[in-house]
Ligand binder design. Structure first.
Ligand code: ATP
Ligand code: MG
Length: 299
C-alpha cells in the first residue's frame, strides 16, 4: 500500500463522526495502530511526507480562496497539543495559518457570550485556523468546576439550569453546522493521553531544567479531577461528533504516533475539498502569453 494511503487509513480508525454510543474506554491512549516501536524512524519519514503534502494542499487552499479549515485541539495538560501543532504544521506557509490559544476568559470576553471570542478568530477563506483549546472548554473545565466558574460568566440566573451543558453542545454543534454550510471545514482533535503518561511528562518537566517553564503547579491540581474530565470529554464528543464536524480521538502516549495521525487526518479532510489552483479566466492565457513575449523581447 502507498505510504499516504496507509496513513489516511490509519487516521480513519480514530475518526468519530457519529457520536451516539461513543465510549472513551474503547480508545487506548497507547495505541500505535499496530505499528511497532521500531517503526518510529519510518514514522519520521512518513510525517515528513505528510508535511510536504500539507504544504501543497495549503498552497491550493490559499490560491482558491473558497474553503477554510478550522482545526480544534483539546486535551489534558501535557498531552502534546503544542508539539503536535508545531510538527504537523511545520511546512506550511505561515501567511496561510492562524493559531489562537484560548485561556481563562478576560473581563472583556466575559462581557459577551462564550462563542464570541472564538468567532472573532475564525479563519478567513483560504486559511487554516488552529484553536489551541476552544469553546469546548465551556463544557469541559467549566463543567468540571461549574460551581466556581459558572458564577463568573455573568449569565442571568434564570438561564443557569441542569440543561446548560446539553444546550451548550447544541449551540456548538449548530455553529459547526453553520460553518460547514458556508465553506469552513471543522475538524476536532482530542489528544488522548493516559494518566500514567501525564505523570511521566509532569515529572520530566520538574526534573529537566529546560522543561521547568512548562510546568505549572495548577496542572497537578487539575489532575485530581482526571475522571471528571474524562467523563466531560466523553459526553462532549458523544454530543458533538458529526459527519460535518468529526472528532479524532488521537492516542497521545506516543508522540510520534500522535503526530502521524493528526497529519494524516488534516490531509484527509483537505482532500475532501477537491482543492485546485483557480482556472484562468477566458482570454487570460493570451494575456499571459503577451506578457511573456514582452519580457522575453526586452533588450
Ligand atoms: P500550556 O500549559 O501547554 O502552556 P494550556 O493550553 O494548558 O497550554 P494554560 O495557560 O496552562 O495553557 O491554561 C489555560 C487554562 O485556561 C486551561 O486550564 C483551560 O482549562 C483554561 N480555560 C480555557 N478556556 C476557558 C474558559 N472558557 N473558562 C475557564 N477556563 C478556561
Ligand atoms: Mg497548561
Amino acid at each position: 500500500m502507498k505510504p499516504l494511503k496507509k496513513m489516511l487509513e490509519l487516521s480513519r480508525q480514530f475518526r468519530v463522526d457519529k457520536g451516539k454510543g461513543f465510549r472513551l474506554k474503547d480508545f487506548d491512549p497507547a495505541d500505535t495502530g499496530g505499528l511497532k516501536a521500531g517503526f518510529k524512524n519510518e514514522a519520521q519519514t512518513l510525517l515528513q511526507q505528510g508535511v510536504e503534502q500539507l504544504a501543497t494542499l495549503q498552497d491550493k487552499l490559499y490560491a482558491q480562496d473558497r474553503w477554510s479549515l478550522l482545526l480544534i485541539f483539546q486535551a489534558m495538560d501535557a498531552a502534546g497539543k503544542d508539539g503536535t501543532i508545531k510538527h504537523v504544521m511545520s511546512g506550511v506557509n505561515p501567511q496561510g495559518v492562524q493559531v489562537y490559544s484560548f485561556k481563562q476568559p478576560s473581563s472583556e470576553e466575559l462581557d459577551h457570550d462564550y462563542l464570541w471570542r472564538c468567532i472573532r478568530c475564525l479563519p478567513e477563506r483560504g486559511r487554516i485556523g488552529i484553536f489551541n483549546r476552544s469553546y469546548y472548554e465551556e463544557a469541559l473545565v467549566v463543567k468540571v468546576h461549574s460551581e466556581a466558574i459558572l458564577a463568573t460568566e455573568k449569565l442571568p440566573d434564570e438561564l443557569i439550569s441542569k440543561r446548560i451543558w446539553k444546550e451548550r453542545y447544541e449551540d456548538m454543534s449548530a455553529l459547526e453546522l453553520h460553518l460547514a454550510r458556508n465553506g469552513t471545514k471543522v475538524c476536532k482533535f482530542f489528544l488522548h493521553v493516559s494518566k500514567e503518561e501525564q505523570k511521566r511528562r509532569f515529572l520530566a518537566r520538574l526534573e529537566e531544567p529546560a522543561k521547568n517553564w512548562k510546568f505549572s503547579p495548577a496542572d497537578v491540581k487539575e489532575r485530581q479531577c482526571w475522571d471528571d474530565y474524562q467523563d466531560a470529554y466523553e459526553e462532549a464528543i458523544r454530543a458533538t461528533a458529526k459527519k460535518h464536524a468529526p472528532w479524532y480521538v488521537v492516542p497521545a502516549d506516543h508522540k510520534w504516533f500522535t503526530r502521524l495521525v493528526v497529519s494524516a487526518a488534516v490531509i484527509d479532510v483537505m482532500l475532501e475539498m477537491n482543492l485546485d489552483y483557480p482556472k484562468l479566466a477566458p482570454g487570460m492565457r493570451e494575456l499571459l502569453q503577451r506578457s511573456k513575449d514582452e519580457l522575453e523581447s526586452e533588450p
